[in-house]
Design a protein around this ligand. Structure first.
Ligand code: ASP
Length: 411
């Protein structure tokens, strides 16, 4: 009997977790464990490399075809608006949740860390950093498409593909050959994703074993309260708020959603990268959750770079945590600044591991918190990244279903 891929991936993840725990117990220097971890590293990297290999042509063709298929302008307009509306709403809810939890639990209060002595720094640097971020973000939107494709710059590829898709819509029949080429390219990429997914159970097993075996439990324990608040709110967002939003708009039951989304969620958890997961996310949305390719091909790639609920939640929670650490009480106005900068920082974060840590500097500095504080969060980031990437990817799939429904009802 052949097990379905979904079950194989599930079994692979459980086996990976068990193996990781075993390695951790034996000690990573123990005989056999070193070799085991080396092998896991090879297999895990191979799996991610394969996903990344198809990523660029897949994103490009899927957006061009997605946009071009939304032929009528009015429909394109509605898809745009509901997509952006959903992204802002879901990220806004995630940030709100983090701020509420921060005010409620005060994680980090009482922890005294020498690193942060004399932390109340100058305000000049903060202005610079925010302005720089915006300028850098805008500058990064429009890039020579060949350079963007060669470098795997997903955001720039998304922008170019959007414009090309619109040009194809405007040009109509005249460019049907180009459109056909793109459509066939997309089909080819999707069949390659199908082959790569056969390796997913092994890739995920290897990645999870490696992750668990190399966690620094001592650091994790000292930051336990913060970790608990972040994980608790991330899971609340992923398992209650997003499914509730989905149910309210589409009436799809959470169990049906999670069954369809499972492959992508587990891949996101294991790779900590929304971009690497994107081929799997698209496949789940179209094949398991039955989102029309014209909607999924647009919402999912765009969401993988711009819609990051988990990252937004994490960055806001981390700002509250750092404020507590240095003994600064953020007032309502400052929390509103955190709200907006976090949203921008999450939109600007690329879908790669630990990207949220980098853009978080801007959030911290926007309210005068010390950027060096990320040093204390780095050792636990690999673990937290798994859950937030999973919720990032979940948000994209929920978004595609919600947009599909909204466009249908209004169309
Ligand atoms: N790893 C996340 C992602 O790819 C981004 C982050 O670091 O928050 O979605």
């Amino acid at each position: 009997m052949r097990l379905s891929l979904n079950i194989q991936i599930f079994v692979g993840s459980i086996a990976g977790l068990a193996l990781g725990l075993l390695f951790a117990r034996m000690g990573i220097e123990a005989g056999g464990v070193k070799q085991g971890l080396y092998l896991c590293g090879l297999i895990g990297t191979l799996f991610i490399d394969l996903l990344k290999m198809v990523l660029v042509p897949l994103v490009f063709t899927s957006i061009v075809v997605g946009v071009a298929n939304l032929r009528q302008h009015s429909q394109l307009h509605r898809v745009w608006l509901s997509t952006l509306g959903f992204f802002i709403l879901s990220m806004g809810l995630a940030i709100l949740l983090a701020l509420l939890a921060g005010n409620w639990f005060h994680p980090g209060q009482g922890l005294n860390l020498d690193l942060f002595q004399g932390a109340n720094q100058n305000i000049a640097a903060k202005q610079m950093s925010f302005a720089e971020f915006i300028a850098g973000f805008l500058h990064g939107l429009f890039v020579n498409p060949f350079a963007a494709l060669a470098q795997g710059n997903v955001l720039a590829i998304v922008m170019f593909a959007l414009l090309l898709g619109i040009a194809l819509v405007v040009g109509g029949e005249r460019y049907r050959n180009v459109l056909r080429l793109m459509q066939e390219g997309l089909e080819l990429m999707l069949s390659m994703v199908g082959w790569i997914m056969r390796l997913a159970p092994f890739g995920i097993l290897a990645l999870l074993a490696q992750l668990l075996a190399t966690q620094n439990m001592a650091v994790l324990a000292s930051l336990a309260q913060f970790v608990a608040v972040v994980l608790g709110t991330t899971l609340l967002h992923g398992f209650v708020i997003l499914p509730l939003l989905l149910f309210l708009v589409t009436r799809m039951s959470p169990s049906r959603f999670f069954r369809g989304a499972r492959e992508a969620l587990i891949t996101a958890f294991a790779t900590s990268s929304s971009s690497a997961t994107l081929p799997v996310t698209l496949r789940c949305a179209e094949q398991h959750l039955h989102v029309k390719p014209s909607i999924a091909g647009f919402v999912i790639p765009l969401g993988s770079v711009a819609n990051m609920d988990g990252t937004a939640l994490y960055e806001a929670a981390a700002a509250m945590f750092v404020a507590n650490l240095v003994g600064i009480e953020l007032d309502l106005a400052q929390q509103m600044i955190v709200f907006f900068t976090t949203m921008l920082a999450a939109i600007g974060a690329p879908g790669i591991p630990s990207a949220g840590m980098v853009t978080m500097v801007m959030v911290l500095q926007s309210v005068g918190l010390p950027a060096e504080a990320i040093a204390i969060l780095l050792p636990i980031d690999r673990l937290l990244d798994t859950f937030r990437t999973m919720v990032n990817v979940e948000g994209d799939m929920v978004g595609s279903l919600v947009v599909q429904r909204l466009v249908k009802t209004s169309g």
